[in-house]
Design a protein. Structure first.
Length: 363
């Protein structure tokens, strides 16, 4: 019996070897394995701004580079972020992409895992470990453009503008990253109209559209005729409020007017432009550079107007603005590119100094 079993195993082994030899002769075996990239989002998709733009970047990576990709929505409970990061480290991914609130945790684990490569699509730290490539967007430059656009619209003869010359700002939280937007926004507004006043609200949350709507309606029901949202998902409430109050709005991170063009064209028509961080292009460019062996790991790139990392959305709604407004914006963009305008930043400022800036433009 044992001899028969051994004989059968030998025959099966020979057949298997023959089949394997035959398949190995096929040319397909020489193909390289696809690049594997995972995106860890410290929040959820559907914000129609920041995280959706990062996700679009990963979609571009899959489409243009043929990469195997995965997106993990980790939610806002930070206690769940570390297990997700550890799973990614154990998953044999070529690149782990994350950022924003994940910056500190990512950098810590990068130091402990020097053979793993990371891309931080929005770092709040100026330095990065040797195996991390980070990106920072010059938010104060971007919001300078938004502030200039808001003040120009507010003082114009456009249909929904009033005579108060008061613009609004909705921040997710009273933190340096959001206040960096605020500082640039105020300076941009004053650059084109030194009489501009700014009504400022903080929601204390990045995922509460109802709160954003409530605060924005308070602004619009006052003297504000255009307001800028820097509040993630909460900021979607400001866009709702602009439609309800029949006032103007400025979107953030992605072209938010186009996001609603099919589902709610009336809302889109109230969004004159959006202040865009080109996160999707930053992700795609970084992965392409990694594949070419040219990505500068261990550095944090600074992307502003000159680098094409930030800018205003110039869609059909923007094109409907007065020519004088568009001409002034173009002039400011050229000066920013040439380094002729110096813009302040919230980073390094004390609470007292931030309060002084806010109070200087209070209605």
């Amino acid at each position: 019996m044992k001899k028969r079993v051994l004989a059968l195993l030998l025959i099966v082994g020979l057949l298997f070897t023959a089949c394997s030899t035959s398949e190995s002769a096929q040319p397909a075996a020489s193909e390289e394995e696809a690049l594997r990239v995972i995106l860890l989002i410290p929040g959820s998709l559907g914000d129609k701004s920041f995280f959706d733009s990062a996700n679009h970047g990963l979609e571009l990576v899959a489409a243009e580079l043929g990469a195997e990709t995965k997106v993990v929505e980790m939610g806002t409970d930070y206690t769940k972020w570390e297990p997700n990061l550890m799973d990614a480290l154990a998953g044999d991914w070529d690149l782990i992409v994350s950022g924003n609130a994940m910056t500190e945790m990512m950098n810590e684990y990068a130091l402990e895992n020097p053979d793993q490569k990371f891309i931080n699509f929005d770092s709040y730290e100026a330095e990065a470990p040797a195996n991390v490539y980070g990106v920072q967007y010059k938010a104060n430059e971007l919001s300078f453009l938004a502030g200039a656009a808001a003040a120009l619209v507010s003082q114009s003869e456009m249909e929904l503008a009033n005579e108060a010359q008061t613009i609004g700002f909705l921040g997710g939280m009273d933190i340096p990253g959001i206040n960096d937007f605020l500082v640039g926004y105020i300076e941009g507004a004053l650059y084109v109209n030194e009489n501009t006043k700014v009504m400022i609200s903080y929601a204390g949350d990045f995922g509460d559209p109802a709160k954003g709507k409530e605060l924005s309606l308070l602004q619009y029901n006052g003297d504000v005729d255009i307001s800028f949202n820097v509040a993630g998902g909460t900021g979607l409430g400001l866009l709702d409020a602009a439609k309800i109050a029949n006032k103007y709005a400025i979107g953030v991170d992605s072209d938010q007017s186009l996001l609603f063009e099919e589902t709610d064209p009336d809302k889109s028509a109230h969004i004159v432009t959006s202040a865009i961080k080109r996160i999707d292009q930053a992700v795609l460019s970084a992965v392409k550079a990694d594949q070419a062996g040219t990505l500068a790991y261990g550095t944090v790139a600074q992307l502003g107007v000159a680098e094409g990392g930030v800018g205003l959305a110039k869609n059909k709604y923007y094109e409907q603005l007065d020519d004088s407004i568009k001409s002034k914006i173009t002039e400011i963009e050229e000066k920013l590119t040439a380094g002729e305008i110096e813009i302040g930043t919230a980073y390094g400022l004390s609470t007292e100094e931030i309060n002084e800036i806010r109070e200087s433009v209070q209605p």
